[in-house]
Design a protein around this ligand. Structure first.
Ligand code: ZN
Length: 490
C-alpha cells in the first residue's frame, strides 16, 4: 500500500461554491491528505516534513472539471473531421475503430486521458464505443488507469462493421462475449485504485422492449451506477424520443445520462427533471455537425445539464472551450431576435458563473458524484486545478473576477498544476510522466506522442484503402436516413 501523502496549497485564491451554487473567491490555505481535502483555513501548517508545499500566491484554485461525454479512444483520428458533418463522421471516425488493434486503443485512450488531464479535466465519462474484442476494452481500462484520471468507463455494446466492402454491420449487437465481459468487469470494478468506476453505454434503442428492459435490469443488478446514451432529434438520428421510450419502459431513473439531447421535446425536459436524470451538452460537435443547438442553457434543462467534449478527434479536449462556446452561443441565440427586430436586450443572458457550474458542480451531479467532486470543500475528493493568475491572458482578469478569468480568458497554457485523487499529474505547466502498468516503467508525454504517431500512420494507411463513399451510403441505409432530407440549401 502506498504511503499517505499530503499536499499543502498555501495562500491561493480558492473558488468555493455556496449552498445555492454561487461561487465565491476565498484567499486561504488548503490541505490534502491522501485523496481527501481535509482542511481549508487562514493558517494551516504542514502535517509532516514529507508534505508537498506549493506557494499559490498568484494562483486560482478551482475544482477539477467534469467532462460528461467523451470518446477517449479517438486520439489517432485527430484533425480529420475539421469540415465534417454527422454523416461524414460515422464512417470516417466512429466506424474506423474497426481498424484499431487493442494496442492502438491503448495509445489512443492514453492520449485522450492525458490531453484531458493537461486541460484540467479530472473526471470524465468515457462512452467507450470501440468494443471490437474483449481486449479492446481491457486495453482502454488499462490506459485510463495508467493516466491517473478519474472516470466512468462506460462499457459499450458497439455497432461493429462486419464488412467494409460491401458495407455491412455485424448482425449481433450484443454477442455472448460482450455479455460475459460486462458481468466480468462489473465483478472486478473499480479499477485504477478506485478512480475508475464501471458505467454502461447503450445505443441500441432499436432493440425490442423486452431485451432493453432485461438489459437495464441486469446492468443495475450488477451494481453499475451510470448508464449513458446518445440522444438527439434531427434528420440524421431520427425524431423519436429516447427519453419518452425509457420513461414508457419504466427505466428513466437518476442513473441515466443522455449526451446531446438537441431538439429534446418540452415533455422530455419535464421527465428528465422529474427522474433526476441528466444531459451532457457538447457544443463543439453539436454546432459543427448540425445536431442542433446545445440545450445546456435552455431554461427547462437548467437543472439537468452538464458539459462534455464528445470527440477530441474533432475539437479540443478541454472543458474551458466548451464552457465558453456554450455561453457565447446561447447569448448570441438570445440576442439575435432583438437585433432582427431593431431592438436591444436590456440585460445579457446567462452568466459566466452559469457556464463555470456546468463544467464543475453540475457535471459532478450528472454522474451522481455531487457529494464527492465538482466543488472545493472539506471532506471532498482532492481533484483540483491551479491556474496561473498572472499569465498574459489571466492577469488583471484573475484579480477582478476569477470565474470570468477562467471562463472567458483562460486556455490550457494557464493551467499550472492538476491534482487528481490527491496525486499531482501536472506540475509547472507540464504533464508528469505516467507509469504504464504493463511495462512497469515511466513514460513521458513525448514517448506517448511517438507511439501515437506510429499508430496513426498505420491506421491512416488502412483507412486509405476503404471506400468511404460506399460506407457513407451503407450508413444511411443502416440508420434508415431518408436522402430526401439532406439538402444543399433550404
Ligand atoms: Zn458521442
Amino acid at each position: 500500500m502506498a504511503p499517505v501523502t499530503s499536499i499543502l496549497l498555501q495562500n491561493g485564491t480558492l473558488l468555493i461554491h455556496d449552498y445555492k451554487d454561487h461561487v465565491k473567491a476565498l484567499k486561504a490555505n488548503l490541505l490534502v491528505v491522501g485523496n481527501i481535502i481535509t482542511e481549508i483555513g487562514p493558517s494551516i501548517s504542514a502535517p509532516s516534513s514529507e508534505t508537498i508545499v506549493i506557494d499559490c500566491t498568484d494562483k486560482i484554485i478551482s475544482p477539477g472539471f467534469v467532462d460528461t461525454h467523451h470518446h477517449l479512444w479517438q486520439t489517432q483520428l485527430k484533425g480529420r473531421h475539421a469540415n465534417d458533418l454527422l454523416l461524414d463522421y460515422f464512417p470516417k471516425g466512429n466506424f474506423t475503430s474497426s481498424l484499431f488493434t487493442p494496442k492502438d486503443i491503448f495509445w489512443g485512450e492514453l492520449g485522450g486521458c492525458m490531453e484531458a488531464i493537461d486541460s484540467g479535466t479530472t473526471m470524465v465519462v468515457d462512452h467507450a464505443h470501440m468494443n471490437y474484442s474483449a481486449e479492446h476494452s481491457t486495453s482502454a481500462i488499462s490506459a485510463t488507469a495508467s493516466s491517473g484520471i478519474r472516470s466512468y468507463f462506460c462499457y459499450s455494446p458497439t455497432g461493429r462493421i462486419a464488412s467494409w466492402s460491401p458495407f455491412e454491420m455485424a448482425a449481433s449487437f450484443m454477442p455472448d462475449w460482450v455479455q460475459a465481459q460486462l458481468v466480468d468487469l462489473a465483478a472486478k470494478q473499480p479499477f485504477g485504485d478506485g478512480r475508475i468506476r464501471l458505467g454502461f453505454a447503450f445505443d441500441g434503442f432499436f432493440l425490442p422492449k423486452d431485451m432493453i428492459v432485461g438489459l437495464y435490469e441486469q446492468v443495475r443488478g450488477l451494481g453499475i451506477k451510470l448508464i449513458t446514451s446518445h440522444y438527439c432529434r434531427n434528420a440524421i438520428m431520427g425524431t423519436n424520443s429516447h427519453v419518452a421510450l425509457l420513461s414508457s419502459y419504466g427505466l428513466l431513473k437518476d442513473d441515466i445520462l443522455f449526451s446531446h439531447a438537441n431538439g429534446a421535446l418540452p415533455e422530455d425536459a419535464v421527465q428528465l427533471a422529474a427522474a433526476n436524470a441528466h444531459v451532457s451538452s457538447t457544443p463543439d460537435t453539436e454546432l459543427q455537425t448540425a445536431m442542433g443547438s446545445p440545450v445546456c442553457f435552455r431554461p427547462d434543462m437548467h437543472k439537468v445539464a452538464s458539459l462534455g467534449v464528445d470527440c477530441h478527434a474533432n475539437n479540443s479536449g478541454d472543458i474551458l472551450s466548451q464552457m465558453r462556446l456554450a455561453l457565447q452561443n446561447a447569448r448570441g441565440a438570445y440576442n439575435q431576435p432583438f437585433v432582427e427586430a431593431g431592438k436591444a436586450p436590456r440585460v445579457v443572458s446567462n452568466t459566466v458563473e452559469d457556464a463555470y457550474n456546468l463544467g464543475t458542480i453540475m457535471g459532478a451531479r450528472a454522474v451522481g458524484m455531487g457529494a464527492e467532486i465538482g466543488s472545493i470543500a472539506v471532506g471532498k475528493l482532492a481533484d483540483l486545478v491551479l491556474f496561473d493568475g498572472q499569465s498574459p491572458s489571466m492577469v488583471c482578469a484573475a484579480a477582478h473576477d476569477p470565474v470570468a478569468a477562467i471562463v472567458l480568458h483562460a486556455s490550457v497554457r494557464d493551467i499550472d498544476t492538476v491534482i487528481v485523487d490527491g496525486q499531482i499529474r501536472k506540475a509547472g505547466g507540464k504533464l508528469k510522466a505516467v507509469e504504464l502498468a504493463e511495462e512497469g516503467k515511466l513514460r513521458e508525454w513525448k514517448d506517448v506522442a511517438t507511439e501515437l504517431l506510429k499508430s496513426r500512420e498505420r491506421i491512416e494507411e488502412e483507412a486509405g484503402k476503404l471506400d468511404m463513399e460506399a460506407a457513407r451510403k451503407g450508413t444511411m441505409a443502416a440508420f434508415h436516413i431518408d436522402p430526401a432530407n439532406i439538402l444543399d440549401h433550404l
